[in-house]
Design a protein around this ligand. Structure first.
Ligand code: MN3
Length: 198
């Protein structure tokens, strides 16, 4: 079964002014669509054609002969995960369980946000900043290109796309400002909390 581009769970203008409809038009409509199209072309008539996205990612990570499949599969997964992590009127207060986990593992919500922005801003070139659960503990990290927490058997709670296509139209070179706005005005913390392992 072919992979498909999911609809955005909000209008293209819903995240303005923090993420413009122009950015979503290109980012969702062109970039994400291209990963889906490339992936479908690459897995056609191969052993990967009937695997889940997660299986494909785990089986092709670090296999240089399968780099094209890995990159497009992981980027499809990453964007499927990214869109519903945001909502109109996001940011704001976190559900109490998530907030207490963050306070206990980072010291404070402010410290978590500082660390997350620093990881995303410090990622050289294209990649992602993540909040993950690793061995029961909340951590922030960053990954290059399409690499994601599935590759390391970590549970992803939140990912921020720090490829230039995610912010350049709205923030130009000000990547830290984009990541701060993402945390303070876009993230749906209810969704993030729902991803905590039970
Ligand atoms: Mn992207």
């Amino acid at each position: 079964m072919a992979f498909e581009l999911p609809d955005l769970p909000y209008d293209r203008s819903a995240l303005e002014p923090y993420m413009s409809s122009k950015t979503l038009e290109f980012h969702h409509g062109k970039h994400h669509q291209t990963y889906v199209t490339n992936l479908n072309n690459l897995v056609k008539d191969t052993e990967f054609a009937n695997m889940s996205l997660e299986e494909i990612i785990k089986k092709t990570y670090n296999d240089s002969s399968k780099a094209g499949i890995f990159n497009n599969a992981s980027q499809h997964w990453n964007h499927n995960f990214f869109w519903p992590s945001m909502k109109k009127g996001g940011g704001g207060a976190m559900p109490s369980e998530l907030e207490s986990r963050i306070k206990s593992d980072f010291g404070s919500v402010e410290k978590f946000k500082e660390d997350f922005v620093a990881k995303g801003a410090g990622q050289f070139g294209s990649g992602w900043a993540w909040l993950v659960v690793n061995n029961g503990k909340l951590e922030v990290n960053s990954t290059p290109n399409g690499v994601d927490p599935l590759c390391f058997d970590q549970t992803a709670l939140l990912g921020c796309d720090v490829w230039e296509h995610s912010y350049y139209l709205d923030y130009q070179n000000r990547r830290p400002d984009y990541i701060k706005a993402f945390l303070d005005h876009l993230v749906d913390w209810e969704v993030v909390a729902s991803r905590l392992p039970g």
